[in-house]
Design a protein around this ligand. Structure first.
Ligand code: NAD
Length: 353
């Protein structure tokens, strides 16, 4: 039976990089004799223009019926002044919530060819390879009560036991496929909600005696990420802390155009680059497609459990970079400047090796 994948290109460079991803996806699936059924749907500004809403029930239903969703990016100048719930970005929040995507996975790994482009020193970065698991549907971003008045503003950081347990399970399961180390990050020296987080993660850990669990305060974790990123394997943390730490982790390993992500739930999975729709370069064939293509590699890894296919894609990216091909965002003197479509062709040529 064909494997159903929903493609949501979105706006701006989203459509350009999705074309790249679809080519890579079809090529790799062909190599592994996977029968794919790809269906493309509108989201974001493109959906608003066509249907008066950034996320239609039809698009949502297509996602419910697929094994994985691949998303480009949404947003652009044209839709900036719409009311909040009609904005392209509102579609993303609704989509993540509707699909129950509670675990946002952001890998931090450095491509050898780009190591000198990072703001950190080569000797600090070499060998860095970890993932940040950010709890995505709870915590202070959703806790009640929330609000502000004349003299004060307030939010509530809260977690229930099941919310912590399910992401802890994903962290330990992921560590089993990696270096078997989990770092749970919290602020248990100050926050009761963090003390509860720490206690619950420790209880889940009893089922995973083969995994090494350590705890770290978030302020120390922020420092350790830039001081010695090699020490981490799987980091698991709450929504707010994860929001900040995953951006730090992203920047130690290079450009926005290089960062893939996965958002996983019990039943559904969505893969997307970390960056937005880049309206400043949209339609110019300049966008870096690597974050999007690497998101396809994550799809093979997490949804199809096909590590060989995932590695095939990341190796092809590594080889293409080693050959000196660069889109404008990662270009420096001596490199060969290529367009979105050329970069995609080079990567596909290297997949064939
Ligand atoms: P952005 O990520 O779109 O762009 C920031 C800068 O990085 C721009 O200069 C852009 O040209 C560059 N850039 C980003 N991705 C690139 C790529 N693949 N290749 C080369 N250069 C790249 O962020 P922004 O400018 O703050 O936001 C633009 C729009 O995207 C806004 O409407 C914003 O709300 C939306 N946005 C969407 C998502 C998403 O869909 N997940 C995420 C962030 C922002």
């Amino acid at each position: 039976m064909a494997v159903k994948i929903t493609l949501l290109p979105g706006d701006g460079i989203g459509t350009e990089i999705m074309a790249s991803a679809a080519q890579v996806l079809s090529y790799v699936a062909g190599k592994f004799n996977m029968d794919l059924s790809l269906s493309e749907h509108l989201i974001g500004g493109a959906s608003y223009d066509a249907h008066g809403t950034p996320l239609t029930q039809e698009t949502l239903d297509a996602c419910y019926q697929s094994e994985a969703v691949l998303l480009g990016a949404v947003g652009g100048y044209k839709w900036e002044n719409l009311e909040h719930k009609m904005k392209p970005e509102a579609a993303l929040l609704k989509l993540r919530k509707s699909l129950g995507l509670f675990n946002n996975v952001r890998p931090a790994k450095i491509y050898k060819a780009l190591i000198d482009g990072s703001s950190l020193k080569r000797e600090v970065l070499e060998g860095t390879d970890f993932v940040v698991l950010r709890e995505l549907t709870g915590g202070i971003y959703f806790g009640e009560p929330r609000g502000y008045a004349d003299k004060k503003g307030w939010n509530t950081m809260e977690y229930t036991r099941p919310e912590i347990e399910r992401i802890a399970i994903q962290a330990f399961e992921m560590a089993r496929l990696r270096d078997k180390r989990v770092m749970s990050v919290d602020k248990a020296n100050v926050l009761e909600v963090s003390q509860f987080w720490r206690k619950t993660v420790a209880e889940v850990h009893e089922q995973y005696p083969d995994i090494d669990l350590k705890n770290m305060y978030v302020d120390n974790a922020a420092m350790q990420l830039v001081r010695n990123p090699r020490q981490f394997d799987v980091i698991v943390t709450s929504n707010l802390f994860g929001d900040i730490l995953s951006d730090i982790a992203g920047m130690i390993t290079g450009s926005l155009g290089m960062l893939p992500s996965a958002s996983l739930g019990e039943k559904y999975a969505l893969y997307e680059p970390v960056h937005g729709s880049a309206p400043d370069i949209a339609g110019q064939n300049k966008a870096n497609p690597i974050a999007m293509i690497d998101s396809v590699a994550m799809m093979f890894h997490y949804t199809f459990r096909n590590q060989q296919a995932a590695t095939m894609i990341t190796n092809a990216i590594e080889t293409t970079l080693a050959q000196g091909y660069r889109t404008a965002d990662i270009f420096s003197d001596g490199d060969t400047l290529v367009s979105t479509t050329e970069m995609t062709e080079k990567i596909i040529a290297n997949l064939a090796l």
